[in-house]
Design a protein around this ligand. Structure first.
Ligand code: G6P
Length: 623
């Protein structure tokens, strides 16, 4: 089946790889290495550069590991060259390795390509190219582009790139060069970021302004479908058919440091805003036509029929995402399913056998407790699926299959975009297995696919609507603590909202199942301890409203997260953050967005170190 186009799944995917290209009078090697170092702040697993040297050779060096490993391999001097391209890779297809690192070349070794994005039809293209006699060296989707350009090349690189692009489905930011056209770079963008930098007699391409602001602030932000043909100091932009298009030159006001954060004050804020794109990436190639299909679990499909129980294991934010997963596995597969805190799992493990499906959820893939729990489950014969953001991480070696979040690197310690992508990935995983087992109707599946397709735009809308949280936070920042409540799919959102407040503002917050409020924590509520209620439209809405009233009766200010159009809540709550309507199992994703932003602005108002809160680590590798 052909891959879904990105138009079908949404628009921009996350910026998962760093790209830089240069043509001009400087030594290209050091310019590229400097650009790669500036892109590396996001954390990468391999890096590489290619140069057309003054002798007319194509020089390529690429290494798994950090940019420093590449620098060591290059030594002090790179070959003299005025044109080149570089890449830091954050793996989505194929393990981090020297071979899979970019740049990738064609059969003749004349063409070099770097790519950010996902070529969704790469398997078809790879088979077609192999049948024509092309030899593909790596496991990456990118390499097919080099061979497609090779096939189309008739002496004009831009023409060949445009011909290759017409074959691609998915998302790309690409930079291509050819040994025989030694001052030329061709870049192209569709649903992945790429900008042109114009200096004095020199030109740049980069995925991220941080790679070029040290050299020039004059940039052209390419639009989807643009192809940029660069020579030193000039850029000609066309569409994919070759028709010239006009793009304005902008001047970036950012410093190099601000550019890393895309102009946002903190990585956390940037990553909150990246969530619509991260959701699109997570769904790319998985929400296809009218069904959901996760290819990574194909090898296990025969075994799903025997699954009698599902155990999810995770820590922190990933545990809260797992609470959503557990509800869905139970509802949709019709077998008992439970989310477990990984650090407790080993001390009181459930019966684990070949009929138990264990899903280990971990952003980093390196959390010691989650790895130990997964190992125990595997030793006892259970099938283990990892859901992680990190290709090649430790959890992928414990698991029988790994499903990647494709969320792009997350820098802020407080997880945001990886939470929403964990939830959506668990939704897709549960839906795929349930569908295969025939446990859900076609109508249910269709309804879910429609809601998934609408989700990235709904997340964009939720971010817009949450603009009010900045002003609200200034009124709540002096609270003595917070009580967060929710029911069903609102409960994990309440827990995650409370965790965000704790992590970055250092205020005490409790996340509670709303029905438990009156069994203890209600005694904490007063004028200084507000109640934050996740009260989105759902079958438990009326019950949640009763709990909200209990808080109001104790003089607590009530901040509600509610579905747009809910008239009743406006009368009841002190403040309301609106979110768009969605299918109940996806509501956690939208409800958490204003809670993330509320926590962010409370922390900023309290002068906290938002991106690196005290005492916390991004990944906890000790038990
Ligand atoms: C740390 C991080 C949390 C994260 C948890 C689990 O505590 O600060 O943000 O949720 O680890 O991490 P994992 O990488 O396994 O998802």
């Amino acid at each position: 089946m052909p891959g879904a186009t990105v138009e079908e799944t949404g628009r921009e995917v996350t910026n998962m790889c760093g790209i830089v290209g240069y043509t001009g009078p400087r030594e290209a090697g050091p310019v590229l290495m400097d650009g790669l170092r500036r892109l590396e702040y996001r954390g990468y697993d391999s890096a590489g550069i290619a140069l057309v040297t003054e002798n007319g050779d194509l020089f390529v060096e690429k290494r798994a590991g950090k940019v420093a490993v590449l620098q060591d391999a290059l030594g002090a001097d790179t070959p003299r060259a005025g044109v080149g391209l570089g890449h830091t890779r954050w793996a989505t297809h194929g393990r981090p390795s020297d071979l899979n690192a970019h740049p990738h070349s064609d059969c003749t070794g004349r063409i070099s390509v770097v790519h950010n994005g996902i070529v969704e039809n790469f398997r078809e293209l790879r088979d077609e190219l192999a049948a024509k006699g092309h030899v593909l060296a790596s496991e990456t989707d990118t390499e097919v582009v080099a061979h497609l350009v090779e096939d189309a090349y008739r002496g004009d690189l831009a023409d060949a790139v445009r011909a290759a692009l017409r074959r691609l489905e998915g998302a790309y930011a690409l930079v291509v060069m050819h040994r025989d056209e030694p001052d030329r770079l061709v870049g192209a963008r569709l649903n992945a970021p790429l900008l042109v930098g114009l200096g004095d007699g020199e030109s740049f391409l980069a995925s991220d302004a941080s790679a070029l602001v040290a050299y020039t602030k004059r940039v052209i932000f390419l639009a989807d479908g643009d192809v940029a043909d660069l020579r030193p100091g000039t850029a000609t932009i066309t569409d994919i058919a070759g028709k010239p298009v006009d793009r304005p030159i902008d001047v970036i006001p950012w410093s190099a440091e601000a550019a890393e954060k895309g102009g946002y004050a903190h990585f956390m804020l940037k990553e909150i805003h990246e969530q619509p794109a991260a959701l699109r990436s997570a769904m790319a190639g998985r929400v296809r036509g009218d069904n959901v299909c996760i290819e990574e679990i194909d090898a296990l499909r025969d075994r799903f029929i025997n699954v009698s129980r599902v155990e999810l294991i995770a820590c922190g934010t990933a545990y809260y995402a797992s609470l959503v997963g557990a509800q869905l596995f139970q509802d949709w597969l019709g077998v008992p399913a439970r989310a477990n805190v990984a650090s407790e799992f080993r001390y009181s493990p459930p019966p684990l056998d070949a009929r138990t499906l264990v899903v280990a959820v971990t952003q980093s893939g390196e959390t010691a407790d989650t790895i130990a729990a997964a190992r125990l489950a595997r030793e006892r014969g259970s099938m283990v699926i990892a859901v992680t953001n990190t290709v090649g991480s430790a959890i992928t070696r414990e698991a029988h299959a790994s499903v990647f979040l494709q969320a792009g690197p997350e820098v802020a310690v407080a997880a945001t975009k990886t939470f929403v992508t964990q939830v959506v990935t668990l939704v897709m995983l549960a839906a795929d297995i349930a569908q295969q087992l025939g446990r859900r109707t076609k109508a249910e599946e269709d309804e879910l696919v429609r809601a998934l397709r609408a989700l990235p735009e709904a997340a964009e809308r939720a971010i817009e609507l949450a603009a009010v949280t900045e002003e609200m936070a200034s009124r709540y920042a002096e609270a003595a603590g917070f009580m967060y409540i929710g029911r069903a799919f609102g409960y994990p959102a309440a827990l995650e909202g409370a965790l965000k407040i704790k992590e970055i503002s250092y205020l005490h917050a409790e996340g509670y199942a709303a029905g438990e409020l009156k069994h203890g924590p209600i005694s904490l509520l007063d004028a200084d301890v507000p109640l934050v209620a996740v009260a989105t439209r759902s079958p438990v809405y009326d019950k949640l409203i009763s709990n909200l009233m209990e808080g109001k009766a104790r003089d607590a200010r009530v901040l509600a997260v509610a579905t747009e159009g809910d008239k009743q809540i406006e009368q009841l709550a002190t403040d309301v953050c609106w979110v768009p309507d969605t299918l109940d199992p996806l509501s956690t994703i939208l409800a958490v967005i204003p809670l993330q932003l509320f926590a962010y602005y409370v922390a900023v108002a309290r002068g906290r170190d938002v991106d690196q809160p005290r005492n916390l680590a991004k990944s906890v590798t000790v038990e």
